[in-house]
Design a binder for this molecule. Structure first.
Ligand code: 0O2
Length: 197
């Protein structure tokens, strides 16, 4: 039952990867500049889908997966500068092949933990025999500095199983502010450099 269901997500992940690669490549050709440091996509595993559903108080059924989990397909785009985040977001937003369902700007409004990133929930079309189906995917766009913080935070959460000591939490909140400051400085440097190009 679940393997057929999962196949749709595999198709949609391929569609999304191809679409993003083309969009980014066309941006690079137009601007003569490569904003993306790296891009990675993944399908959420069934055990982790089950865990997330249980945490939300839902049973593990295909219907609940489809309605309650919007990041079975996850794609992360890591860029150099803060301005690149918004350039990439704009690029994705203008794609005729994706439908933007939701956006969450955790850069303008960081999460309580200090987490910053720009999230887009997009609907990706997959072309089946007699119909088109739209599959949800979460695209996270962030700078290298934000990515560094988020991956450390992820390791901390894994180590402490969500009950993170207050001392560690406070340190991470401070570092999140340092990261924001560093991104602002790098953005400033990028603007200075652009005068010389
Ligand atoms: P994983 O293992 O990275 O996939 P949702 O969880 O989507 O139902 P919500 O609140 O709408 O609920 O989602 P949100 O917070 O917009 O996005 C969730 C994803 O963002 C997480 O996925 C993480 O990847 C990332 N994220 C959000 N907050 C934090 C944070 O404080 N620290 C870190 N490191 N990442 C965060 P998952 O499924 O939780 O985890």
């Amino acid at each position: 039952m679940f393997s057929d269901f999962y196949t749709k997500y595999e198709y949609a992940k391929k569609m999304l990867e191809t679409e993003l690669e083309i969009l980014i490549h066309s941006f690079e050709i137009k601007h003569g500049y490569t904003p993306v440091e790296h891009m990675k996509s993944r399908l959420k595993t069934m055990p982790s889908i089950k865990k997330k559903l249980e945490e939300k108080g839902y049973s593990f059924t295909p219907d609940n997966i489809e309605k309650q989990i919007n990041d079975i397909i996850g794609c992360r785009i890591v860029v150099s500068f803060l301005s690149d985040v918004y350039d990439i977001v704009s690029l994705i937003s203008h794609s005729p092949n994706l439908i933007i369902k939701e956006r969450k700007d955790y850069i303008a409004n960081p999460k309580e933990s200090g987490y910053t990133s720009y999230h887009i929930i997009a609907l990706v079309p997959i072309y089946l025999e007699n119909r088109v189906e739209y599959i949800q995917a979460e695209i996270q766009v962030r700078t290298v500095a934000m990515d560094f913080w988020a991956s450390l935070d992820h390791k901390i959460r894994y180590k402490f199983h969500e009950s993170i000591p207050e001392e560690v939490q406070k340190e991470m909140e401070h570092y999140a502010k340092d990261i924001q400051e560093l991104d602002r400085k790098m953005y400033h440097l990028n603007q200075i450099m652009s005068k010389y190009q």
